[in-house]
Design a protein. Structure first.
Length: 319
């Protein structure tokens, strides 16, 4: 068992991500270092007195950060808690957490877990340990929706309802609008264009747009900056002449596509450019060999698109 500093964890994130990809029953993209680090450095910035609780043993990982110097430790991404802070074999990782905390912490101390697949091995193992705790609480976390592209986009399309297929076939991109792949555009320009589109949406007008929150805006910009150097960003724009009308923004990690945000300017709502871009993005991702297309958190409209709905929960334990 070895303890790592935060900087050492960053240096070893490649090895960590390899383990994430082998870890069962997790939201893979959001458990990887890229997502965790982007969130931690923009939305849950640590205080000077906060302690990192990062351990590795035989390929199993425990990755937590203290909040407010109160001996309570959270995942690095604690806004949605998509990812799991225990990586590797579920039982071994939980055992590593217990051994590390007994050696390095004095009771009472608490851990907040996210990204637990409800009914999965890690969830069941944690439930079996609740009698050891001074306090134990379970709570709902953020569910995820997923599209299966293992057999290609046409197989996905055939699994949809007749009504869905009929509606999608009717959607046509107007002749005066083209779809632009942003792969060769700088991260700075991409983000500026994304925000410019957001500013023309009804959510922006109402003051409820996620990009109006400074921390969330920094988060998505950081994600883009981390993905862009290796060409792992995926952004499409729908454009009429010199005007961007819509976009879809996501990224690739470990062979998995994760969608981040998509939107369109309010004045072209009737063109359904968001849906057109989603279908086009599905086709392009399938063509490049993507098997898993993560739509992100649950939304009712995504039920028509998704093949799978994973229910996640969280647990707060005090020893």
């Amino acid at each position: 068992m070895r303890r790592l500093t935060f900087d050492e964890f960053i240096e070893e994130r490649g090895s960590f991500d390899e383990t994430v990809r082998r870890t069962p029953e997790t939201a893979t993209f959001c458990s990887c270092a890229l997502w965790q680090l982007a969130a931690h450095t923009t939305m849950q910035r640590p205080e000077p007195e906060d302690e990192y609780f990062i351990f590795e043993d035989e390929g199993n990982w425990v990755v937590f950060a203290e909040r407010g110097g109160r001996r309570v430790f959270y995942p690095l991404e604690a806004a949605w808690m998509f990812g799991s802070p225990l990586i590797g074999d579920p039982l071994h990782a939980l055992d590593l957490l217990r051994r590390a905390s007994q050696k390095h912490l004095e009771s009472p101390y608490g851990f907040c877990f996210g990204g637990l697949l409800r009914g999965g091995r890690l969830h069941r193992a944690i439930l079996s340990r609740q009698d050891e705790c001074l306090q134990f609480e379970e709570f709902d976390a953020t569910d995820c929706m997923e599209i299966d592209l293992a057999e290609g986009v046409e197989a996905w399309f055939e699994r949809r309802s007749k009504r869905f297929r009929k509606v999608v076939r009717k959607r046509k991109l107007p002749d005066d609008i083209e779809i632009i792949d942003a792969q060769d555009i700088s991260a700075e320009e991409i983000f500026e264009r994304i925000v410019a589109i957001q500013q023309e949406t009804y959510k922006w007008r109402e003051g409820s747009d996620i990009f109006q929150g400074e921390s969330y805006r920094r988060f998505y910009r950081t994600l883009l900056d981390l993905l862009h150097p290796n060409g792992n960003h995926r952004v499409l724009f729908a454009r009429r002449g010199d005007e961007d009308l819509a976009y879809i923004f996501g990224g690739i990690s470990g062979g998995i596509y994760r969608g981040f945000q998509m939107s369109y300017v309010e004045t072209v709502k009737e063109l359904e450019l968001g849906n057109i871009l989603q279908v086009e993005n599905l086709r392009r991702r399938a063509e490049e060999g993507i098997k898993k297309y993560d739509l992100g958190m649950y939304s009712e409209y995504k039920e028509r698109w998704a093949d799978r709905h994973d229910e996640y929960c969280g647990v707060f334990m005090v020893w």
